[in-house]
Write a protein that binds this ligand. Structure first.
Ligand code: RI2
Length: 299
C-alpha cells in the first residue's frame, strides 16, 4: 500500500487520531505523495494531488483541522511552471504546516496555563494534545491542581490523557464518563479540545463534552476550549454546521435485535463556553468571526 492510502487508512481507523494529529498526518501524507508522482506536466500533477487531497479529507468527516491542513498545503501548489516546482512547493508547505502546528500546540499550552486554577480539580474528556499541553505547562509552573480525566467510551482516549499527564507529573485521576457529575464537586474549571469551532463559536468535540459543559454551567465554573487556529471553520463555511460522525456501532456493543448508535462528537453552544484558547491568545466565542477573518483568510 502506498504512503497516501496508508495515511487514509490510519486516519479512518483512528490509529492516528486527535484533530491536530490527523491534520499533521494528512499534511505529511500530501508531502510524501507529491514525491512519488511521475506526472508529465503541472496540470496532471495538480489533478493527482487533488484526488489525493479528496481521499484524505473524506477519511473523517468532523474535524475541520483535516480539511484546513489539506487546504493550506494544497493552496501552495502553483498553477503553472514545472512539475518539480509544484512538487517542491507541496513538500515545503507540508513541512511548514507540521512545524506551525506543533508550535501552535505549545503556544496554546503557554497561553492556557494562566487560566488553570492553583488548586482543586480540573476536569477533561478524551485526549486533546492542546489540553495536555495546557495542563502540563500549568503543572510545571507549580500549580497544585488535580486532573480528572473522563475515560471516554467507546475508545477510551481518556486513558491516553491520564498516562500523558501522570508521566509529566500532574496528579491525575481517571473516572468513567458517567461519574463526571457525581464527582464534579471541587472542580474549578473544565478544559476540552476541539475538532471544530463553528462560525458562531459553537464547539464540536468528543461525545460527552456537552455534558461537562452543562456541569460547568450548573456549578458555575469556567468551561474552556483549547483550539489552534486550524480547528476553526474557515470563512467559506460561515453559517454551516459540521457533520457529526457516527462510527461503526460495533465499537459500542453487538446485541442481537438491538440497534446501537455511536455518535462520536457533540456540539457545545457558545454561551456555555468561557473562552477559546488559541495560539494567539484566549478569545470569547462571540469573537470567532473576527478571529477567523484574521487567521483563516482565503481558506
Ligand atoms: P487535539 C479528538 O477527536 C478529541 O475530540 C479531541 O478533543 C480533539 O480530537 C482534539 O484533539 P478523536 O480524533 O488536536 O479522538 O487537541 O475522535 O489533540
Amino acid at each position: 500500500m502506498g504512503a497516501l492510502d496508508s495515511a487514509v487508512r490510519a486516519i479512518a481507523s483512528m490509529r492516528v487520531r486527535g484533530a491536530g494529529r490527523i491534520a499533521r498526518c494528512a499534511a505529511e501524507a500530501l508531502g510524501r505523495h507529491a514525491t512519488t508522482l511521475h506526472s508529465n506536466n503541472v496540470a496532471a500533477f495538480r489533478r493527482e494531488m487533488k484526488a489525493a487531497a479528496k481521499k484524505l479529507i473524506d477519511a473523517r468527516p468532523t474535524a475541520v483541522s483535516l480539511s484546513n491542513a489539506v487546504g493550506l498545503v494544497m493552496r501552495a501548489m502553483p498553477r503553472k511552471g514545472t512539475v518539480e516546482g509544484a512538487r517542491k512547493a507541496i513538500v515545503c508547505a507540508s513541512r511548514e504546516f507540521c512545524k506551525a502546528s506543533d508550535s501552535a500546540v505549545e503556544k496554546v499550552g503557554e497561553k492556557g496555563a494562566g487560566l488553570v486554577p492553583t488548586s482543586g480539580k480540573v476536569m477533561t474528556i478524551c485526549n486533546s494534545s492542546a489540553v495536555v499541553s495546557v495542563l502540563v505547562h500549568a503543572g510545571k509552573a507549580g500549580k497544585g491542581f488535580e486532573a480528572y480525566a473522563c475515560e471516554t467510551r467507546p475508545k477510551f482516549q481518556g486513558r491516553i490523557t491520564a498516562r500523558e499527564l501522570a508521566r509529566n507529573g500532574v496528579p491525575t485521576t481517571i473516572i468513567v464518563d458517567s461519574a463526571s457529575r457525581y464527582l464534579f464537586d471541587g472542580v474549578k474549571a473544565v478544559f476540552v479540545g476541539a475538532d471544530a469551532v463553528e462560525w458562531d463559536g459553537s464547539v464540536v468535540n468528543k461525545i460527552g463534552t456537552l455534558q461537562l459543559a452543562a456541569c460547568a454551567r450548573d456549578f458555575k465554573v469556567p468551561f474552556y476550549v483549547c483550539a489552534e487556529s486550524y480547528k476553526f471553520c474557515p470563512p467559506s463555511q460561515a453559517g454551516a454546521r459540521r457533520p457529526i460522525e457516527e462510527r461503526d456501532p460495533r465499537e459500542v456493543a453487538s446485541i442481537p435485535g438491538v440497534r446501537v448508535r455511536n455518535p462520536v462528537f457533540d456540539r457545545t453552544p457558545p454561551e456555555m463556553i468561557a473562552r477559546i484558547i488559541t495560539e494567539h491568545g484566549a478569545i470569547r466565542p462571540r469573537d470567532t468571526e473576527i478571529y477567523v477573518g484574521k487567521h483563516l483568510e482565503g481558506l
